[in-house]
Design a protein around this ligand. Structure first.
Ligand code: COA
Length: 175
């Protein structure tokens, strides 16, 4: 039976699972995720990074989540760049799923759950995301969640040693 997807706030105790996934997937993720320093791939380095994300959560600028399949951590979903001001009320969604758990709908489900957090917990009005032009699986995840592309940001992100364009996506959440 396929395991159910859920999301929750990240915890320092998630560091070891995340480091293990990112070590295993370092090569597979190279075209899609920015290069990281060596300590990104260690539990200690991840723990420090998680503390930083939780400081951002306390400041109201980020909602840092993990994605679970059953009770196993399989990835991250992060609502970043949160602008809660009444005339903006927007945030940007980013995510990754470990290669061992891909193509089972987990990212699509996790983004749907993150949109619910944005609406119901963070009271946001607009969701944004950015994908590589060639990242068709990530684009499917967004389309399935009602996002539409609205533009291209040129030379916007350094991936695998070259500046790549970003396809920009939006989804209006409500009033
Ligand atoms: C992108 C990513 C998050 C998708 O996670 P996932 O859990 O496998 O996603 P889902 O199973 O929910 O959906 C994948 C979709 O891509 C489709 N897909 C898979 N491989 C594909 C390919 N080569 N070409 C086109 N579509 C493809 C699947 O059929 C599915 O679409 P569907 O819902 O219409 O059937 C995951 O591959 C990942 O973490 N990749 C590396 C890091 C990354 O790209 N992060 C996002 C940066 S924007």
């Amino acid at each position: 039976m396929p395991s159910t997807t859920s999301i929750r706030l990240i915890e320092p105790a998630d560091a070891a699972a995340i480091a293990a996934h990112r070590v295993r997937d370092a090569e597979a993720f190279r075209p899609w995720e920015p290069a990281q320093p060596d300590d990104f791939f260690t539990p200690r380095g991840q723990e420090e990074r998680i503390e930083g994300l939780l400081a951002g959560y306390r400041a109201g600028t980020v909602w840092p989540g993990v994605v679970l399949a059953g009770d196993e951590v399989i990835g991250q979903v992060t609502i970043g760049g949160i602008l809660p001001q009444p005339h903006l009320r927007r945030g940007s969604v980013g995510y990754w799923i470990a290669s061992v758990a891909q193509n089972r709908g987990h990212a699509g489900n996790a983004v749907g759950l993150a949109l619910r957090v944005m609406r119901e917990e963070l009271n946001l009005h607009r969701a944004e995301a950015s994908t590589n032009l060639e990242n068709l699986p990530s684009q499917r995840v967004l389309r399935r969640n009602g996002f539409t592309p609205y533009g291209v940001a040129h030379a916007a992100i350094l991936l695998d040693g070259s500046w790549r364009d970003g396809l920009l996506w939006e989804r209006i959440l409500g009033d």
